[in-house]
Design a protein around this ligand. Sequence first.
Ligand code: BGC
Length: 313
Amino acid sequence: MLTVGIDIGGTKIAGGVVDASGGLIDPLRVPTPRDPREIEDAVVAMITDLSQRHPSVGAVGIAAAGFIDRDRSVVTYAANIAWRDEPLRARIEPRVGLPVVIENDANAAGWAEYRFGAGSGTRNMIMLTIGTGIGGAVITEGALYRGGHGSAGELGHMRFQRDGLQCGCGQHGCIEQYASGRALQRIAGELADAGGIGSALAAARESEGTLDGRTISGLVSAGDSGAIEALRRISSALGEACGTFQAAFDPELFVIGGGVSQLGEILLAPMREAYATAVPAHGNRPGADFAIARLVNDAGVIGVGDLAREGRH
Ligand code: BGC
């Protein structure tokens, strides 16, 4: 059976047909509309188009950036999108005439990396996606850990700093505020304001009017010390958090995804160092390895397509 996978991101909706070996057929991409109803229409149009072209499609998975209920039906809360108790399955399923499951976007990406990407061969793996938010997926003994209410693995909302920065989840001090793509932009902006090593960041902000992730990554690749320092700060924060995740889940591997992960070792090296300072009993226990995601932009679509094949149990 083929499935359709759809990944609703902040800037684009990606979709495609997924086969049983994680192959992606007919990948499609459209910009994400602002209005939730228009998002729904765009998703329905994509599913209809793909399922008409591939009549052996038998199920649909939709990945969304938020807390999902245990039935994999409703987005109960999204920290960075205006979804509150959004009944995505009930809205979309009757319009496409196929069974639909809703999954958290990072769970979908983590599942794809576990099955077909950087995590294949492991049994216990954690995926962290660095984007607007920080997404998490926990694979334990070869299964995706969903928790008692469906929303386990929200690792971006682990408290990192007491009385820390306000987070979109309603709490304060979440790791998402210190290690996400948005945190990278904030820190790069602060370094630009301070001058000194931030002067190339300041110059880029002046000429482009903003400091986005792509510009910061470009400066990192060019060896700019201000941009490298901004990256080191988010990477260390995430590495430290991984020490705590090790205490809770004892994974064999952390897979790091999101656009910034393509910087590779320059991102992973400070992460490993900070992890070593935070993991309990370090040196007296086996630790985890760190790897960069392999499926990157397609992981959400492939993972959610594969999870849809499993059905609704
Ligand atoms: C959300 C998660 C999501 C992550 C990445 C977080 O803020 O709470 O549900 O997986 O961002 O999109």
